[in-house]
Design a protein around this ligand. Structure first.
Ligand code: KG4
Ligand code: ZN
Length: 347
């Protein structure tokens, strides 16, 4: 008897990310990334932080060109899409609303499922993005992820694509904020994290010392470090008016080294408590060169397998939303068209 070959349908997921100041769209086919286009907003540089009202307006302007470019680069038509994955939160309400409303309209017009994605889960699952003709390794379950961004600092245990357990987090500010606020005090534009990283490469990380908070659990606190940095700068500038200009590299190197040491100290404690040695980092601050280097060194000493995302998947991008959406699609985990953005959205 003639055997019929069963032809499985290709799964195309369009991912949309607009939680903060990046408008991004990506296309994933059967789990493989075909395009990832991001429009970053420059307008916030002059204000020293993201202005929510301006961010939503820019998303509104950018979203159609970005989606169009992502479809073109992937060389597919809208009608080929199987599902739309979109960031529901956490993030700025107005920014989220633009991406979510657009995704809902598209899902309705094409009569395909809408998949809501938690932005922080997206950062973590960025480790599972696969690219055409590129070998990639990814963490094995269960693994720990230090997720560090402008709004979050978390240590998460991931047991499978769908199970995320928060083991530690910041009790006040995020580490990205500690980078950005310090940079602002140093007169650097927003976002200051990458600039601190750049100047730190030329400085002495042991020149200045800052306090490490001692919390009873493995949680973080960055507000005290931020305040101590403010006093440190004020005191030195009082004595030497050009203190910042004369010592910029050493200030950046010492402050950055301090933040990284603190992050890794708690990550090590959680790894010991859970006996998990598959260790990943994710989020915008995981682009930091010292964090990447120090994690590898610590990992070698501790016998960890460490996973560091490519630079383009550290900061906000839609590829991470599309891959998370792809795994939810495989489970038929869809949502209704009546969902609203969640500015705060736990894991
Ligand atoms: O994940 P992300 O793009 O957006 C949020 O979800 O918040 O993270 C943005 C944060 C900003 O605070 C930015 O300063 C920081 O990531 N960042 C860095 C570096 N690149 C981005 N911080 C330190 N060193 C870097 N190289
Ligand atoms: Zn993010």
């Amino acid at each position: 008897m003639e055997q019929k070959q069963v032809q499985l349908k290709d799964i195309y997921i369009l991912g949309i990310e607009s939680s903060c100041d990046d408008t991004s769209c990506a296309v994933i086919k059967n789990g493989l990334l075909f395009s990832n286009i991001t429009a970053s907003q420059k307008i916030h540089e002059q204000y020293g932080g993201v202005i929510p009202e301006l961010a939503s307006r820019d998303h509104e302007k950018n979203i159609i060109p970005v989606v169009d470019a992502a479809l073109k680069q992937a060389n597919i038509q809208l009608v080929q899409l199987s599902g739309i994955a979109v960031t529901r939160g956490p993030g700025l309400s107005g920014s989220l609303l633009v991406g979510l409303s657009f995704a809902k309209s598209l899902s309705l017009a094409l009569n395909i499922p809408l998949i809501e994605v938690n932005h922080m889960q997206g950062h973590i699952l960025a480790h599972f993005i696969k690219e055409v003709n590129q070998e990639t390794t990814h963490p094995l379950f269960p693994f720990l992820c230090l997720t560090v961004s402008g709004g979050h600092t978390q240590i998460v245990k991931i047991s499978d694509y769908y199970t995320f357990e928060l083991l530690a987090e910041t009790e006040d500010d995020a580490v990205g904020e500690a980078f950005d606020k310090a940079a602002k005090l140093l007169g650097l534009p927003y976002p200051g994290g990458p600039l601190i990283d750049k100047y730190a490469k030329l400085g002495n990380p042991n020149k200045y010392k800052f306090p490490i908070p001692h919390l009873k659990n493995n949680n973080f606190s960055f507000s005290g470090i931020k305040t101590s940095f403010l006093y440190f700068i004020q005191e030195h500038v009082k004595i030497q008016s050009n203190f910042i200009e004369e010592n910029l590299n050493d200030i950046c190197a010492s402050y950055q080294s301090h933040l990284i040491k603190y992050l890794l100290k708690n990550l090590l404690a959680v790894s010991k408590e859970t006996a998990i040695k598959q260790i990943a980092i994710a989020g915008g601050v995981s682009a930091n060169s010292r964090l990447r280097d120090e994690l590898e060194l610590l990992g070698k000493r501790q016998g960890w397998e460490t996973y560091i995302p490519k630079f383009q998947y550290c900061t906000d991008n839609a590829a991470m939303i599309a891959i998370t959406g792809y795994y939810k699609f495989l489970r038929n985990d869809f949502c209704g068209l009546d969902i609203t953005p969640l500015a705060r959205y736990g894991l």
